[in-house]
Write a protein that binds this ligand. Structure first.
Ligand code: SUG
Length: 428
């Protein structure tokens, strides 16, 4: 089967802010209370999308759900009109209120786990919505995400969209951030590597439950030879790798990883080599876990370009750390598998612990499946220009913590939602 990959990036919403909501995410905690720049953030994200489009890679986007999310606040007993709900929630429980304001849906690597049609039990692409149960603000995303995915991927001949797993943290599921697919091509059958944590008394929460990964594999109909489950190294989680994509990234036959990313590294490498012909494992040596986390070297995207060569899309923080940059050059030079390196600036997202790879959900599709995707969520150069113009015109320049209580920001968010609806419908 021929297939290509579409990256669906989360468009960063107008309430982007630094609320310090994610335990175990050092950037989120370190920048709590700082002033955020939603317009710059969204434009940085869009510039990354455009860079990929200019490289010939297919690009889509997911709009931000409306925030603050009054629905969740009503569910837990706040009443009145929207302004009353928000004001009383802010007074009664400021953390819950900030959770309802978060623009965290931007990190679409956590929206769902995507299982390719070439691997699934029924030949369709499966998307299992992530429940994001371990962080309050992220769990708010799941229902909106499910609705969105059903809308974008409606055609049941090609797609099967699953709702979020039930039972909360017992089935904590963080989506594609803990899933890697290795295969000789996007359309070839591959090996799905599900990386998970386990409660072991470390410093930080371990967000992905093994049971959740097993459930995702089961729902997608993956057979035993198509799925492997690997435990994340406890040291990596303690160093701030709250998702596997902070310490490892894969594309087709290439796995680029920190040597201390996994608990049973040798077993994992052996399984990959056994199942994926021509597998290349690039261990980047001489980078501490602390530097991997602060630069997000492994939160880069590896993409296949139309000519077949691979490119690495890196955050600017990697280029600025001489030691990490030179370790990367050595590793890339040794393997020869990745021909091109592109540096992108996504600093506003990075300051909340989200690098280039966090901002995108990978969707491998056949030409027929691609044609069945709602066109409003796919980008062309012209539609990218229109989207960037909307951001320039409507997104606030700055959001400080106190601004989350300002009704003007809530009104701006509603206007943005209405403009995006029109933009999406205009493509249909
Ligand atoms: O879940 N940060 C996100 C970052 C997600 C990164 N995603 C991947 N690694 N795939 C998180 O921790 C911070 C929000 C705040 O503190 O305001 C936040 O949610």
């Amino acid at each position: 089967m021929t297939a290509t990959e579409i990256n669906f990036d989360g468009l960063i919403g107008p309430t982007h802010n630094y609320a310090g909501l994610s335990s175990g995410n050092l950037a989120s905690l370190g920048n709590a209370g700082a002033v955020a720049r939603p317009r710059a953030a969204a434009l940085q994200g869009l510039a990354k999308m455009r860079r990929l489009m200019d490289l010939g890679v297919d690009q889509g986007f997911f709009p931000p759900p409306l925030r603050p999310a009054t629905g969740i606040l009503r569910t837990v007993g706040f009443a009145g009109d929207d302004a009353e709900v928000l004001t009383s929630a802010a007074q009664a429980d400021s953390q819950l209120f900030r959770a309802a304001c978060s623009a965290s849906s931007m990190w679409t690597a956590n929206a769902a786990t995507v299982v390719a049609g070439a691997d699934s039990g029924d030949g369709r692409l499966h998307l299992v919505t992530a429940n994001l149960a371990s962080m309050l603000h992220r769990s708010v995303e799941a229902d909106d995400t499910y609705r969105l995915l059903c809308f974008v991927f409606t055609d049941e001949c090609h797609f099967m969209v699953h709702g979020p797993l039930p039972l909360g943290a017992h089935f904590g599921d963080e989506g594609a951030a803990n899933h890697m697919r290795l295969a000789t091509g996007h359309g070839a059958t591959g090996l799905n590597v599900f990386v998970h944590g386990k409660p072991r008394g470390g410093r930080f929460p371990e967000r992905q439950a093994l049971r959740a990964s097993q459930a995702v594999a089961r729902l997608a109909g993956l057979t035993e030879e198509r799925a492997i489950f690997a435990l994340q190294a406890g040291e990596a989680v303690d160093a701030g790798a709250f998702h596997n994509d902070v310490v490892a990234v894969a594309n087709q036959t290439v796995l680029m990883t920190h040597p201390e990313a996994f608990e049973k590294t040798d077993d994992l490498y052996a399984t990959i080599r056994e199942h994926v012909p021509g597998a290349t494992i690039i261990e980047v040596e001489d980078v501490s876990l602390a530097d991997a986390v602060s630069t997000y070297l492994f939160n880069s995207q590896i993409v296949t370009l139309p000519g077949g060569e691979m490119a690495l899309i890196l955050p600017a923080e990697v280029r600025e750390n001489e030691g990490v940059w030179s370790a990367l050059q050595t590793a890339l030079g040794r393997s020869g598998a990745i021909e091109r390196v592109e540096v992108v600036d996504v600093r506003e997202s990075m300051r909340n612990g989200g690098g280039p790879a966090c901002l995108r959900l990978r969707v491998p599709v056949s030409p027929a499946a691609r044609a069945a995707i709602h066109p409003g969520y796919l980008l062309t150069a012209k539609r990218w220009d229109q989207l960037a113009a909307l951001v320039e015109r409507h997104w606030p320049e700055a959001v400080a913590p106190g601004d989350l209580l300002n009704p003007d920001l809530w009104a701006t968010a509603r206007e943005v939602e209405a403009h995006l609806k029109v933009f999406i419908e205009s493509a249909a």
